[in-house]
Design a protein around this ligand. Sequence first.
Ligand SMILES: *Cc1c(COP(=O)(O)O)cnc(C)c1O
Length: 417
Amino acid sequence: MNHFVYKNDDLFCEDVPITGIVEKVGTPFYCYSHATITRHFRVFRDAFKDLDHLTCFSVKSNSNLAILKIFALHEGGADIVSGGELFRALKAGITPDKIVYSGVGKTPEEMKFALTSNISMFNVESEQELQALNTIAGAMGRKATVAIRINPEVETHTHPYIMTGHSENKFGISLENSLQTYESARQMKNIDVKGISCHIGSQLTDIDPFLNALRKLKDILQELKKMAFDIRFLNLGGGLGITYEDEKPPHPLEYAMALKEVLGKENITLILEPGRVIIGNAGILITQVLYTKSTKNKRFVIVDAGMNDLIRPTLYNSFHAIQPVKIIHSEMVVADLVGPVCETGDFFAKDRKMPAFQSGDLVAIMSAGAYSFSMASNYNSRPRPAEVMVKGKLFSIIRSRETYDDLIHGEMIPEFL
Ligand SMILES: *Cc1c(COP(=O)(O)O)cnc(C)c1O
């Protein structure tokens, strides 16, 4: 459920007509609904309310400060994968004791920053990372709290680029090496092993892989107990999918119920790291049609947003619904919706049935809240678009459209030229 609805043929975000935002902001821009974000977050968090748990929003899915602030205000945590994301999470007011840090390639500087910031926990993904963290924590006279990220080697059905829990993926420590890694962690003076974690992939629309992963983690947990480890946290990562087209992902309540049943009565805090399921359908990308053209067997609608603004269609072959901002054309045509970037991969929809858009029309690219702005680039020297948040009748720019000066920020021409 989201708050992008038509009223008399005009697309609204909550109580604000999109055309009203276009007048102030221009195009392209991302538009987020505050009511949708808070609703998704509450539904997800409350689904686990009878368990000791922590919901850590996955910052990489959307890292705008205003978005993160919403979770801070709801006492949510953050799942980060870089020092930059830690910086953002802290700026937004997320308390460090609710920040967990994942990722296979944390640098020494990033580890130091996270230790100084007193984050809750590192999800450690290799033996060498563990050693590096031990050394750095030692030099700082600190102890680093860690969970070991296990690759539970479960089957998932999603795009290969977002599968993370197969044995051939780079993430985590293999099941067979896991106990040994725990044993070496125990020997390290500046490491405090407190958790077990996994993250098996993204846009998963089936519950079984999550349950299989949880069963495997539980088995390891039992082993660790026998070995006298004091494991307090079980982190199941993120990955719950959303409806882009006609997918039927489980509702967070159903997901929570199934997990709780498998988990049973364990004396642990469950950590969840949802990203897409919270923010994916809470944002859209608004763009304007520049031109249309037809070739022998194709019709193209060329808009002012490009793959630099939203790379998902070309990166993951992902589907985004295409909707008119004003319903004016009753005729539907089959066309490609493409951007101005000089790449054949610069498309939003191919051979898609859509309204017969004309130059000047406004188009909404739906389900663009997650992995959309956060993946935007300046390719083709295109300033990144503005971001806007709507709350009821109010809207506010939460990131200005970049300027040409922003494009060259930090560049310099050396003296020897
Ligand atoms: C990307 C990521 C997530 C979030 O995944 P979603 O599919 O957006 O829920 C959670 N945890 C880790 C470790 C990740 O890398």
